[in-house]
Design a protein around this ligand. Structure first.
Ligand SMILES: *Cc1c(COP(=O)(O)O)cnc(C)c1O
Length: 227
């Protein structure tokens, strides 16, 4: 997504922008200042970390004008019978005793990602993505959805004459984990004329062998040789 120009357009109309970075944080270098968004967030488990915790970034000048959303310890500045004032962000939004143990996991995960380097991860994934797109395109009946200049992380396809849930199940039985469904993106799927798609996604743990196995399994199904 061309996030920076989208943010710019929204800001011109006085809107605040929250970027859901759950799909970009593990694949691309992210510079929140360059994007200019008011908020940016992602989940721990999308950067190889634990579930149930994530990261929410907010621009300082925006956070400073926001009221607290929960009351509790550490978010108070001063209380009297006349008035209450709240702590500066981020403490204002972190009511109650935090859970440091929970935050250690995503911290370690981010250190791991940083150590490998997002540019190196992006290069690895781009290489695999071009293999994957070429492989999928070579299977009879496969249509790939969309044609972006750069694909990040995932590619959606449909297979003519096949029920797509069954395609996903077939691949999963072959040991290839893909998602088939609407991927929480029904408007864009309908824009392409579909209700569901099959969607392999790539991460730094994938390799060429896995892609070759996916393509073979799909071709076996498409050509009626399913095992
Ligand atoms: C995974 C994902 C979510 C949901 O995050 P959870 O932490 O799994 O609830 C939201 N948006 C996008 C783009 C995602 O990829």
């Amino acid at each position: 997504m061309p996030v920076a120009p989208m943010v710019e357009m929204a800001h011109r109309h006085g809107a605040r922008v929250l970027v859901d970075g759950a799909q970009s944080a593990s694949h691309l270098p992210v510079d929140v200042t360059c994007l200019g968004a008011d908020f940016f967030l992602f989940s721990g488990h999308k950067v190889y970390g634990p579930t149930g915790i994530g990261v929410l970034y907010g621009r300082e000048d925006v956070l400073e004008r926001m009221p607290p959303w929960q009351g509790g310890g550490s978010m108070i500045d001063d209380v009297s019978f006349e008035r209450t004032t709240y702590a500066q962000p981020p403490a204002r939004f972190e009511a109650g005793t935090p859970s440091p143990a929970d935050a250690v996991g995503p911290g370690a995960a981010l250190d791991y990602v940083e150590r490998i380097g997002r540019p190196a991860i992006a290069a690895h994934e781009q290489h695999l993505m071009s293999r994957l797109v070429a492989g999928l395109s070579s299977v009879p009946g496969v249509s790939i959805l969309g044609a972006p200049a750069v694909r990040v992380g995932a590619v959606s396809f449909v297979l003519a004459r096949y029920e797509l849930q069954a395609v996903g199940e077939h691949l999963n039985r072959c040991g290839i984990a893909v998602r088939s469904g609407h991927h929480w993106a029904q408007p864009i799927l309908r824009r392409f004329g579909h209700e569901i798609s099959v969607r392999p996604s790539l991460g730094l743990y994938n390799d060429e062998d896995g892609i070759a196995r996916l393509v073979v399994a799909l071709r076996d199904l498409a050509e009626g040789r399913r095992r």
